[in-house]
Design a protein around this ligand. Structure first.
Ligand SMILES: [Mg+2]
Length: 355
């Protein structure tokens, strides 16, 4: 079996409202669909979602896809480890481009095997609880969003913070009062704090009896040891996100015992093959992982859902990007029920493209 056709199709997904975090505001999400076709007519879909975090744009993905295409055409799509090695060797960086291709190869593999991808990968669980994220905004609007999320049955909220500790504390207390004790709260500062800021936030919330499930990337990615500093001085588990881009980063985090948890995103690590390696590495070091997402279409996010459900050590999910789009380009892949995200039971990713 060979790949005979490879296409990259850019799509712009409009967000319902601008999404604000510490370092950027997003109104339109660029996604690049990857379509691979085999000589036997099987079509695999993947998707690249470039982001400032991985130093990629729509333009870099499309330009580098032309080179990647030459490497992928003629390959046996079932030899994913070989294709992954070739792409990782030929391209420095470009993780979302590689992720798009890698997800499409796994879609083909699932379709040929007539198995949903999460089961093909080992099928540890059939669904996973997910948080839904609230971007930075005025307190009232963040509370309104929190109520909406809970009214839709979600049981976990991820609150963006990191611009101003006092305002963040105010937002978190107001959201806790609005949603009640049953709802889990996670925080993500996107590198916005100093060690002192982060500790002040955590200790203040402790005094207010507000349990926090996870504090994600409080400090700058480049300040590797600051995560460990915070983790050593507080009881809230500290999760690495921007610090954990490449496989090499993950090795470093685990070896130096920098963080309590790691956020694996397919777009950062370069696809499912590398995500499996990163998660195994973390599991052997007793570091639980979360699968998160960028502003990903259902095609990309479904890859994350299938991956998250396949492995025991993926204990958390933050797979909510599709809730924010006015116009997605596919159906299926994954659905939400009572706070859980559930992968499709159709072969492969189970997505149906509607361009
Ligand atoms: Mg994050």
């Amino acid at each position: 079996m060979h790949v005979v056709k490879a296409e990259a199709i850019p799509v712009e997904l409009q967000l319902n409202e601008p999404f604000v975090i510490t370092n950027q505001t997003i109104e339109v999400a660029d996604n690049i669909l990857i379509r691979l076709e085999t000589d036997s007519g099987v079509v695999g879909w993947g998707c690249s979602t470039p982001d400032i975090v991985t130093s990629e744009t729509k333009e870099t993905v499309l330009a580098n896809f032309k080179v990647a295409k030459r490497l992928v055409l003629g390959c046996d799509p079932t030899r994913i480890n070989l294709v992954n090695f070739i792409l990782d060797t030929e391209f420095r960086g470009n993780p979302s481009l590689k992720a798009g291709i890698n997800i499409a190869l796994y879609d083909i593999l699932g379709k040929i095997s007539e198995m949903p991808l999460y089961r093909f990968l080992g099928g540890y669980r059939q669904k996973i609880l997910t948080s839904v994220t609230i971007g930075l905004n005025l307190t009232d609007l963040m509370v309104k969003k929190a109520r909406e999320i809970v009214s839709k049955g979600f049981k976990s909220i991820k609150i963006k913070c990191g611009l101003n500790v006092n305002e963040d504390i105010e937002n978190i207390i107001a959201i806790r009062e609005a949603v009640g004790i049953e709802i889990k709260l996670r925080l993500d500062a996107n590198e916005g704090y100093s060690v002192e800021d982060a500790l002040r936030l955590v200790h203040n919330l402790e005094e207010n009896n507000i349990p926090i499930e996870i504090l994600e990337q409080p400090t700058k990615a480049a300040h590797l040891y600051s995560l460990k500093d915070i983790a050593n001085q507080c009881s809230v588990p500290i999760m690495a996100d921007e610090t954990a881009l490449t496989l090499r980063d993950n090795v470093k985090l685990v070896k130096l015992e920098i963080a309590d948890m790691i956020n694996i995103k397919l777009m950062k690590i370069g696809g499912i093959t590398n995500a499996i390696k990163a998660n195994t590495l973390a599991e052997l070091a007793d570091v639980p992982t979360m699968v998160g997402c960028m502003n990903e279409s259902i095609v990309a996010m479904s890859g994350g859902v299938h991956f998250a459900c396949a492995f025991r050590n993926v204990q958390y999910a933050d797979l909510d990007s599709i809730l924010d789009f006015r116009n997605d380009i596919a159906k299926g892949g994954a659905r939400y029920e009572e706070g859980y995200v559930i992968p499709s039971d159709k072969p492969g990713l189970g997505v149906e493209i509607q361009l």
